[in-house]
Ligand binder design. Structure first.
Ligand code: C2E
Ligand code: CA
Ligand code: CA
Length: 757
């Protein structure tokens, strides 16, 4: 009858009044069927929602006549999962990793999902799959890289294929509508309404055609191009006008065999469709792999009318590749590098150190104590909040050059590279800070949670020189930390552990030393090589730790590392000035006192410290010498100059300590207001026999004479050395040959003898 239509492409007979809606619905139903039948790996499947959240198809939810909104589904986990997927869709789609509990199973497994929108119908397509237990242990997806990567490839490949399939269906629908329109327009007038609706639908379909990100190419029965869309041009580089009427073989890359094409054509002949990957070539000559679907559109007599090829946007592939790389190397939840990327970086560091000489570093594995409790009792969402917080704290603690990684569920790692500090101290220090920072309370909603870390540390190259060994060692060390009762850190080697703990004791002692007034100063006299008189003395700090004197060369660097040097330095300055002022008062003839200033102290605040010390004690600036090292001066030359000039105005003189061991740059010797050079003991040692030492000493003496600087030889131990230095014009000498560092009383005695006229 006249109000019944045969809707050829779908083999439907439909009424004229509502055939369009039915056609649309049916084509979508058919599309859903196709999507439902598609497998992703062994146990992967698609779920389709519309953007409003109604479930169109789900393998987990039983089909019902009424479309269910996801919030009406009983399964809570499913609900929260769908909410997350819709959020991802709103952000433009992407990958997600999530934990899923199978029905009747309380072990969760991690699944991977890819969310993609199909705009023409307002659909959200979610592809998900399980890890294959044979290949991936429960350590997590990210733990093992290569099978993981292949999963991502598989999932994104299939999903892109589905999207292309959908575009193809929409296009076929359009062709069907055109035919219908032609049919309807030649039919009775009662179809007039239907006709205008057909037009509308056609416009919509045309719009899909024009705006689709997927390329569409329609050929006729002779396989000559009759239409392409803008995406086609974007992807291939060919304008529609230049390809109309051509056979699409110009797109061919020549990479496919003739068997490939035979299979393609026979599939089209038998099933009216083909789907797969094909290598194509752009106008610019780039060859690239594409997901493509081709379907056949036949007329009433079942003769082929058109071929419709739809294929992926290349940027889609690039995006997938990028996401893939990111996913393969970064953790989704925290955005941190994963185990694999960390492993790569460790390897790189080892390679670098081989190329450029040893670059020490340490690898810390950090496990959250009893994290499982949180996850089990409060749920994964709370667990996730904790993990994110921890990740943030880790990131904020380490320097930019160090890597933080998430290497397992609740396991993190830090690759700590070391510049200045000793590698052992740096790792121990960092661990101390980690224990403090990580155990601060974490708030999730109205919960206050506390987690503590166990930390395992391994050192390169001390403990091993391959990434695998270091990973294993860090694991072993972590295991020991757990065994020790958690909330502590352990080094891999026993020896390092002992060093670290003794270091810790020293640090602890140092923190109390000031308060307990354990420091005192020794004074080593400096002798003029011209007249043998004492021209001054150097104040040297002394400390007894646990009853034993500890050399400043050991505790000063530690004090610098742990930030205690300023307090100690202030004390030294004040004490030296106090002693100096006392000597002046008592008439002891000491022209000046030298005080060592560590690099960490050399900043603007030093000026305040010096001013205060001088004011408080009444010791004149003219009698104070500050000993600085070259390294301290080189950090910021403009600032250095400013500080030194201010000191100069106060009458304070500057000696360059350990000269010859640092940069020894003549340029800044001229630039900065420096008064004295102290030739390092290393060069005095070999005098007068070692020719290198002789050459260096002679040239330092030469330079300072030209610059008008006073020269001081450090560590003079023998008569021969003293004689050589005197003969070569050195001004002042200091060393055991003349005197050991002395107590104030002893110094007074020495001076009264040597400086008595
Ligand atoms: P330095 O500034 O080069 O001090 C000279 C060091 O050489 C002193 O060691 C001194 O006892 C030692 N010495 C002197 N004559 C001889 C000798 O003939 N032979 C040998 N082998 N050694 C000699 P000390 O007191 O152990 O200090 C070591 C370093 O610790 C100092 O090297 C200095 O860098 C640092 N230091 C000492 N006191 C202070 C201080 O109050 N503040 C700061 N920031 N550093 C200090
Ligand atoms: Ca010194
Ligand atoms: Ca020195």
């Amino acid at each position: 009858s006249s109000d019944l239509k045969y809707f050829e492409p779908m083999d439907w007979v439909i009424g004229a009044g509502d055939y369009l809606e039915i056609a649309q619905q049916e084509i979508q139903a058919k599309a859903l069927q196709r999507v439902a039948s598609m497998n992703i790996g062994q146990r992967g499947a698609f779920t389709v929602l519309d953007k409003a959240g109604y479930i169109l198809y789900s393998p987990t939810i039983e089909a019902s006549a009424e479309r269910q909104h996801y919030t009406q589904v009983e399964n809570l986990a499913f609900r929260s999962l769908m909410r997350e997927m819709l959020l991802i869709s709103q952000k433009g789609g992407g990958f997600s990793e999530y934990d899923w509990f199978e029905n009747g199973n309380d072990e969760s497994i991690t699944k991977l999902a890819l969310v993609k929108d199909f705009e023409p119908w307002g659909w959200v397509v979610i592809a998900d799959m399980y890890p294959d237990e044979d290949q991936i242990e429960h350590a997590g997806w990210l733990a093992l890289s290569s099978p993981y990567v292949s999963y991502i490839k598989q999932i994104s490949g299939v999903t892109i294929a589905v999207i292309i399939l959908l575009v193809g269906l929409v296009w076929r629908y359009r062709l069907a509508l055109i035919k219908l329109q032609q049919g309807v327009s030649s039919q009775a007038s009662d179809a007039q309404l239907a006709f205008s609706r057909t037009r509308q639908e056609l416009d919509i379909a045309a719009c899909v055609f024009d705006t689709s990100r997927e390329g569409i190419m329609v050929t006729d029965a002779d396989n000559l191009i009759v239409a392409t869309n803008p995406a086609f041009t974007k992807i291939t580089g060919y304008e529609q006008s230049s390809v109309l009427g051509k056979n699409p073989r110009f797109l061919s890359s020549g990479q496919q065999t003739s068997e490939f094409y035979r299979a393609l054509w026979s599939s089209l002949a038998v099933f009216d469709q083909w789907q797969g990957e094909i290598w194509n070539r752009t106008k610019q000559g780039d060859i690239y792999l594409q997901q493509m679907a081709i379907s056949v559109f036949r007329d009433d007599q079942k003769r082929i009318k058109n071929y419709i090829a739809t294929f992926s946007d290349r940027s889609e592939h690039v995006l997938a590749e990028q996401q893939l790389k990111y996913l393969a190397e970064y953790d989704d939840l925290t955005g941190l590098p994963n185990r694999r990327l960390l492993h790569d970086r460790v390897k790189q560091y080892i390679d670098l150190s081989e190329q450029r000489g040893m670059q020490k570093f340490s690898l810390l594995f950090i496990d959250l104590d009893r994290f499982k409790n949180i996850n089990d009792s409060l749920g994964h969402n709370v667990g996730d909040v904790v993990l994110k917080q921890i990740a943030e704290r880790l990131n904020s603690i380490v320097r930019d050059v160090d890597s933080v990684a998430r290497i397992g569920g609740d396991e993190f790692a830090i690759l700590l590279t070391v510049r200045r500090e000793e590698v052992l101290s740096a790792a121990a220090n960092l661990s101390e800070r980690l224990m403090k920072s990580l155990s601060a309370p974490i708030y999730s909603d109205d919960l206050e949670l506390t987690v503590t870390p166990s930390i395992g540390i391994t050192l390169f190259p001390d403990d091993g020189n391959t990434a695998d060994t270091l990973f294993r060692n860090a694991d072993t060390a972590l295991y020991h930390a757990k065994e020790q009762g958690r909330n502590n850190y352990q080094f891999y080697s026993v020896e390092m552990n002992e060093k670290a703990s003794s270091r810790l004791r020293v640090e602890h002692g140092l923190r109390q030393a000031l308060e307990h007034q354990e420091f005192f100063l020794a004074y080593q006299p400096l002798y003029s090589l011209i007249d043998g008189r004492v021209t001054g003395c150097e104040a040297l700090i002394r400390w007894k730790h646990e009853g034993k004197p500890m050399p400043p060369a050991e505790f000063i660097p530690l004090a610098e590392e742990v930030g205690l040097i300023n307090g100690i330095g202030d004390w030294v300055l004040n004490e030296a000035c106090r002693q100096g002022a006392y000597w002046r008062e008592a008439g002891v003839d000491i022209p000046c006192i030298s005080v060592n200033v560590s690099g960490a102290q050399f900043k603007e605040s030093l000026l305040t410290t010096v001013t205060r010390a001088l004011e408080k004690t009444g010791f004149p600036g003219e009698s104070l010498v500050l000993e600085l090292t070259e390294t301290a001066l080189m950090l910021d030359t403009a600032k250095t100059e400013r500080i030194l000039l201010t000191l100069q105005k106060m009458g304070v003189r500057i000696a360059l300590d350990d000269f010859g061991t640092g940069y020894s740059s003549l340029a800044y010797l001229k630039r900065f207001p420096i008064d004295k050079l102290k030739i390092d003991r290393a060069f005095i040692d070999g005098l007068p026999h070692d020719s290198d030492d002789k050459a260096i000493t002679a040239s330092i003496l030469d330079v300072s004479r030209h610059l008008g600087l006073e020269t001081v030889a450090e560590g003079v131990e023998t008569q021969e050395q003293a004689a050589y230095l005197t003969a070569n014009g050195c001004d002042v000498a200091q060393g055991y040959f003349y005197s050991y560092p002395l107590s104030p009383d002893e110094l007074e005695t020495v001076i009264s003898k040597s400086n008595a006229i």
